[in-house]
Design a protein around this ligand. Structure first.
Ligand SMILES: Cc1ncc(COP(=O)(O)O)c(C=O)c1O
Length: 446
């Protein structure tokens, strides 16, 4: 592979971005890809192979964003390319029953401990939407609890306090300010949402005592991945599991980010938690759009056809080509060394970054372990929750840091709310390139 240079001509990306303004809102298809995040406009990526990507000007980068975590096998994995090409030639989708979806579901069940049955969706947002509908139908209750700073997709009732805000706007911990993330949502939608701080057992006990009996579900990310990478405090998820059982509330574990990343069975395996319903996406499809809801038959069978069923339709559910890729991806992830390698490469990157910040005398921490982590420019020892993130993470400085890395051939989103991703394609050489670029960026960082 050619050496990564520091010279970055972006003329073609800039031209494409100007052109895009005429036909796409803000020139992109999601605000997280445009000027809201990339100060001089986004790079237009045209090609990817393994852990590297190339932009429209031919600049090469090591990719640590990996499609927001979807590309667990890196770009254009030869096995997945072959499977996708074959499936395309045979007929990509029939919207009919196929052996492909059965094979995907069987592998899924073998890997995920709580998966008695599976329902495939097309995105993580669809999965969390369905999970909530199932929980409401199963319990006969309407309200649910979500945590500050957790993102579960763009379905109306989840869009409360999923973005960062200045700390002084957040209100008291016991009664958090309720800040919708979007216009266009009827305010009454949020009447059914109980909002709680995360990672605080005492607060959770208080809130469950007050609202537990009226809740259909508590939905949580096991590792908070949309304010960077925030780990659960020791015993927190276990206590959450106990409390939800005590009050007859279903626990929805949103593993859209963590699923198939930390262990074959995701965080539920890693932390030993038995959710009632869990949701998946991203790494499941290795770059193809897919989501999944899983759990026991007693809950998922509510989707069986009847006058009282939970409705879930979708032309593209169980998309044949995608199911073929899912099955092949899960086979690759079932290899003995897949997860030990992800953890080893990620831990090496984390250790290297910590050493750079120490040597350069910068107040920065790296949180997370193995396959996913985030850097915070902060004077704190740790970021434990949404409020810490809003108050103490210097997100503007992080953005400047990542823009400097982009100049040195490291591709990452400048949004501090996201996270660094290690795929099976990343190598020690990629980690070395990151550390060298980070050292250079630290020397120039203002
Ligand atoms: C934890 C979590 N849940 C759900 C979603 C929604 O998934 P998708 O973007 O595939 O709709 C995301 C997306 O980032 C997520 O991070």
């Amino acid at each position: 592979m050619a050496p990564i240079t520091a010279t970055r001509d972006r003329t073609r990306s800039q031209k494409w971005f100007e052109r895009a303004q005429h036909s796409l809102v803000e020139g992109v298809n999601s605000p997280s890809r445009g000027n809201a995040v990339y100060s001089s406009g986004p790079l237009f990526l045209e090609r990817g192979s393994s852990s590297h990507v190339w932009d429209a000007d031919g600049n090469e980068y090591v990719d640590f964003m990996m499609s927001f975590g979807a590309l667990i096998q890196g770009h254009a994995h030869p096995k997945l390319v072959a499977v996708a090409a074959e499936a395309m030639a045979e007929g990509s989708h029939f919207a009919a029953a196929t052996s492909a979806e059965v094979e995907a579901a069987e592998r899924f069940r073998r890997m995920v401990p709580s998966a008695e049955v599976v329902r495939f969706t097309n995105t993580g947002s669809e999965a969390t939407m369905l999970a909530l509908r199932l929980a409401r139908a199963h319990t006969g209750r309407t309200r649910f609890l979500k945590f500050e700073g957790h993102y579960h997709g763009w379905y109306d009732p989840f869009l409360l306090n999923a973005h960062g805000h200045p700390a002084e706007q957040l209100g008291p911990l016991e009664n958090p300010a309720r800040i919708p993330d979007s216009e266009g949502i009827p305010p009454a939608t949020f009447d059914d949402v109980v909002l709680a701080p995360w990672n605080d057992i005492a607060a959770l006990e208080r809130i469950m005592q007050k609202h537990g009996r009226e809740l259909a579900a508590v939905i949580t990310e096991p590792i908070m991945a949309n304010m960077g990478c925030i780990l659960p405090r020791e015993g927190y998820l276990q206590r959450l599991r106990e409390l939800t059982r005590e009050y007859g509330v279903l626990l929805i574990l949103d593993e859209v980010v963590t699923g198939f990343r930390y262990a074959p069975g995701g965080c539920q395996e890693y932390y030993g938690i038995q959710p009632d319903i869990s949701t998946f996406g991203k790494a499941l499809g290795a770059g193809f759009p897919v989501g999944a809801v899983t759990g026991p038959r007693s809950i998922l069978d509510r989707m069986r056809w009847s006058d009282h069923m939970v409705l879930h339709y979708g032309t593209f559910n169980g998309h044949r080509l995608t199911m073929k890729v899912v099955a092949a991806n899960l086979d690759l992830l079932s290899r003995n060394d897949a997860y030990s390698n992800l953890h080893a490469v990620g831990d090496e990157a984390i250790a290297g970054l910590r050493e750079v910040f120490r040597r350069r005398n910068l107040n920065a921490i790296v949180q997370g372990f193995g396959p996913m982590f985030q850097i915070y420019f902060t004077e704190r020892d740790a970021i434990h929750d949404y409020r810490d993130y809003c108050a103490y993470a210097d997100t503007a400085r992080y953005s400047r840091f990542v823009h400097l890395l982009l100049e040195r051939g490291i591709y990452m989103t400048p949004s501090n709310g996201l996270h660094w991703i290690i795929s099976t394609a990343h190598t020690k050489a990629d980690v070395a390139a990151l550390i060298e670029a980070a050292d250079h960026a630290c020397a120039r960082l203002t």
